[in-house]
Design a protein around this ligand. Sequence first.
Ligand code: ATP
Length: 496
Amino acid sequence: MGSIEGNHLPVIVRVLDASASEAARTSAVCAKISASCADPILYTDSASCLQDLADKSTDVLIIDLETIGGDEALEAYAVRCPKAVIIAVSAKGSVSRAVSAMRSGAHDFLTKPFSLDALATKIMFQLKQRRPVLAPAPVEAALPKEPIRVPERQALKSRSEISIVVQTGLDRLIGVSLQMRDVHDQIRRMAPSQAPVFITGESGTGKELCANAIHDLSDRHPNRFVTLNCAAIPRDLIESEIFGYMRGAFTGASENRAGAAEQADGGTLFLDEIGEMDLLLQSKLLRFLQTGSFQRLGDTQSRKVDARIICATNRNPVAEITAGRFREDLYYRLHVLPVHLPPLRERRDDILPLAETFLDRYSSEERRNFKGFDADAETRILSYGWPGNVRQLENTIRQMVVMNDGAAVTYDMLPMVIRDQSSRPNAIIDLSRERSRVSVPSRPFGSIEPLWAQERRIIEDALDAFDGNIAMAAAALEISPSTIYRKRQSWTARSL
Ligand SMILES: Nc1ncnc2c1ncn2[C@@H]1O[C@H](COP(=O)(O)OP(=O)(O)OP(=O)(O)O)[C@@H](O)[C@H]1O
């Protein structure tokens, strides 16, 4: 995104709407966003918009879904401007439409008629997520003193405060679990190096955020962080996207164009889903890594750039090498600094802090009043398996916020798939197995234990079964963690 890297270039806004008057009205949003905007570019037809998205820089794309033939068509636009903020608008708004548009690449959705203020708020929120406007600072100064910052549940910021918070580096990669503390630590150590980073982890575990954090904490942060998602680009276009092309190199190459490698000169090139690259292109990438030089498609001249490479995959790279789909020599070139992001189900301590952060974020954005989760909702959220990892958790919270309002998220607000855990046996932890590991303490035969003592025994059994992890014990007992804290206090009071 040309103007999104802290160099204060004007924001480039494109609006696609078959109705010229609607497009013109929408483009007036430029006057409302607190960033300097170039003259917005309006389109009433898809073809010219698609062409420009492929060839020219775009920071914000506002796109009418009826004009492009529905939310599924959105993907073709998103692929052409992977760094742009995309706001989908539609006269046929519904939650399923919004969710589907977001799945196809939109960052947000608005139902027509919408207010320009609402549109401006959404754009600014997304731009700030993407553009940490930082004064260049020495790396040490950029390092957060506290590695983890989780919003205090009771001390919610005001909406306006939340919307102007600009998070960078590790701040955005929320995690309090031991595993995530370890990841934060690795990121801090790897950031100053120039060596390639190889990030693995299931889809939605935060690989891109991790790559972003490494860039933000490196001395390359004043320059660009360029992402190329190899899975989102047709295989035969990946080469021209990475290395660029010269006019006439292929049909449709109407002008010379720099690829992602050149755009990332002095900065970081993030190759997401690298496992999707075909073998021929893998050998070109290897040559680029070995020599730092490459040729644009259709060019005879070699070019050199200085871009740090970070790549990510949700596949098992060793299995890919064994299967002959990934070059072993490329793997060893790239696999210098490995980072693995564990799935969310293996770091359950992160679930609540993440859920609360998303609740704050989307309540503020959607102007809702949520302050937290009630005990039942919290228990369900903590015990669910989250096969889609943090992305699924984020989308779930967002969907709940859009659909409901109140002070607390209740169990009934949870989507069916989370509530109805019996339909997804693998999605929940096997509590019976966990419980069977602890022996039940013997009790005197025939004696009646007071209720509080029975409760205490059950809760302590559960805590033992989960190595003292209160969140998991509470999830197993289907009570809120705060109930355990309260009960513990009452036992202490009894024994005084
Ligand atoms: N630790 C985290 N803290 C806050 N948000 C997170 C975290 N991890 C992931 N997310 C959010 O979850 C979503 C998915 O994250 P991201 O795109 O980084 O995952 P990914 O592993 O790269 O996924 P994929 O493999 O599908 O590309 C994003 O919206 C991101 O902001």
